[in-house]
Design a protein around this ligand. Structure first.
Ligand SMILES: Cc1ncc(COP(=O)(O)O)c(C=O)c1O
Length: 386
C-alpha cells in the first residue's frame, strides 16, 4: 500500500515483537470442560459457562422447539417488529426473579454502550472504578458526561470526588465482580455513598449473575441490598449459558432506556429461540446444586495453590487469577500448561495493567475434582520447570 498513513502491518509487527499479539484458537466440540481445540483434546479452564448450562438438555430443547416454531432470525429491532412473545416472557420471568422491571439486550456490550449514554449526558458525571470492564469504558466515552476514574475499590477516593464535583446527575459505575481480578465491589459502601450524594449506582454483574447471592441473583442479593438507586446489568453469555443481557432497574429507568438506548433502538432483536433458551436457563437458577459444586471447586483449587510462587488474588468467585507479572513468562507458563493438556488463558496488557500479566483460571460447576487436581499438578510442575 502507498500513502502516508501508518501501516497496520508495522503496528502488528510491533505487537508481535512485544509478545502482545493476540491469536484465536478454533474450538470444534460442544462447550464442555474437555474440548477439541485446534485439532487436539484439552481440559479447559477458560470458559464463563460457570454453571455448565451451555449444553443443558432443557436449554437445547427450549431453543430447538422455538427454532422450529419461530425460525432463526430476530428479523427487526424491538421498536419495529422484533419484540417477540419469547422476549416478553423472558422479561416477565426476570422481573419476577429479580423483583424489578428488566430490559433485554442482545449482549452485555450492547447494554453497557447503550445504557450509559442514555443515562448520562453533558452536565452529568460518571464516577467509574479504575478496573471497570471495557464495555463500560466505551459506554462512558460515548456519553457526553464528564468521567471521573477513582482508584479500584477505593471509597475514600470516590467520596472525595463525589464531594468535589457538582452535576445535574451522578452515576457511580462499577463491576459487581471484576472480570480480570475476581474480587467484588464493596456494594454496601458504594450504596451508602450513592445515597449521601444522590447518585445512581450502576453495577455490571456479568460475572455474578447466576453465581452469587440467593438463587444467583447477583451482588445486590449477595450483600442483601435492595435499592431503587441500583441499576443492575445481568449478562446471559456466562452462567446462564446462552448470550445476551438485561438491565434491571426502576420502571422509569427501563422506560427511558427503551426510548434512548441506541443499541436497543437501532439493533436487531435477539433471536426468539435464544430468549426461549434463556427462559429455560433461568428456570434452573433456583437449584443450588450447581453453585455448591462450583464453590467446592473454588475451595479445592485455592487450597491446591498454596505452594505456588505466583500471587493468587483473593477471590470467592469462579475467576481465579494467578499473577505472574512478566508477559514472556506468563506466555511460557500458559504454553507449558497447554503441552500438559490444559488450556488456561494468559491475560496481558492492555487488558490488565503493565507488570501484572496473569493466568486467568475460570472454574465451572462442570469441572470434576479430578479436573481441578489435574490443573494443580500441572501448575506445580510449571513452577518447578518453567
Ligand atoms: C464485566 C463484563 N461486562 C460486560 C461484558 C460484555 O458482555 P457480553 O459478552 O454479553 O457482550 C463482559 C464480557 O466479557 C464482562 O466481563
Amino acid at each position: 500500500m502507498t500513502g502516508r498513513a501508518p501501516s497496520f502491518a508495522a503496528q502488528l509487527a510491533e505487537l508481535e515483537s512485544q509478545g502482545l499479539l493476540r491469536t484465536r484458537r478454533v474450538v470444534a466440540s460442544a462447550p464442555a470442560t474437555r474440548i477439541e481445540v485446534d485439532g487436539v483434546q484439552r481440559t479447559a479452564f477458560c470458559s464463563n459457562d460457570y454453571l455448565g448450562l451451555a449444553q443443558h438438555p432443557a436449554l437445547i430443547d427450549a431453543a430447538t422447539t422455538a427454532l422450529r416454531e419461530f425460525g432463526v432470525g430476530g428479523t427487526a429491532s424491538h421498536l419495529i417488529s422484533g419484540h417477540h412473545a419469547s422476549h416478553a416472557r423472558l422479561e416477565a420471568r426476570l422481573q419476577a426473579y429479580l423483583g424489578r422491571p428488566c430490559l433485554v439486550f442482545s449482549s452485555g456490550y450492547a447494554a453497557n454502550t447503550g445504557a450509559l449514554p442514555a443515562l448520562a449526558d453533558a452536565g452529568d458525571v460518571l464516577f467509574c472504578d479504575a478496573l471497570i470492564h471495557a464495555s463500560l469504558i466505551d459506554g462512558a466515552r460515548l456519553s457526553r458526561a464528564r468521567i471521573e476514574r477513582f482508584a479500584h475499590n477505593d471509597m475514600a477516593d470516590l467520596r472525595h470526588r463525589l464531594g468535589s464535583v457538582s452535576a445535574r446527575r451522578k452515576l457511580i459505575v462499577v463491576d459487581g465482580v471484576y472480570s480480570m481480578d475476581g474480587d467484588l465491589a464493596p456494594l454496601p459502601d458504594l450504596l451508602e455513598l450513592a445515597e449521601r450524594h444522590d447518585a445512581w449506582l450502576y453495577v455490571d454483574d456479568a460475572h455474578a449473575f447466576g453465581v452469587l447471592g440467593a438463587g444467583g441473583r447477583g451482588t445486590p442479593a449477595y450483600f442483601g441490598l435492595d435499592s431503587s438507586r441500583i441499576i443492575q446489568l445481568c449478562t446471559f453469555g456466562k452462567a446462564a449459558g446462552v448470550a445476551g443481557a438485561a438491565l434491571c432497574a426502576e420502571a422509569e429507568v427501563v422506560a427511558w432506556l427503551v426510548q434512548r438506548a441506541r443499541s436497543y433502538v437501532y439493533s436487531t432483536a435477539m433471536p426468539p429461540a435464544l430468549a426461549a433458551a434463556l427462559d429455560a436457563s433461568l428456570g434452573l437458577f433456583a437449584d443450588e446444586d450447581g453453585r455448591q459444586r462450583l464453590a467446592a471447586n473454588i475451595e479445592r483449587f485455592r487450597k491446591g495453590c498454596d505452594s505456588l510462587p505466583w500471587t493468587l488474588l483473593p477471590s470467592i468467585t469462579p475467576i481465579q487469577p494467578l499473577v505472574v507479572g512478566d508477559v514472556v513468562r506468563v506466555m511460557a507458563i500458559a504454553q507449558a500448561l497447554w503441552e500438559q493438556g490444559i488450556w488456561v488463558p494468559a491475560i496481558r496488557p492492555p487488558t490488565v495493567p503493565a507488570g501484572s500479566a496473569r493466568l486467568r483460571v475460570s472454574l465451572s460447576a462442570a469441572h470434576t475434582s479430578d479436573d481441578v487436581d489435574l490443573l494443580i499438578r500441572a501448575l506445580r510442575r510449571c513452577a518447578r520447570e518453567c
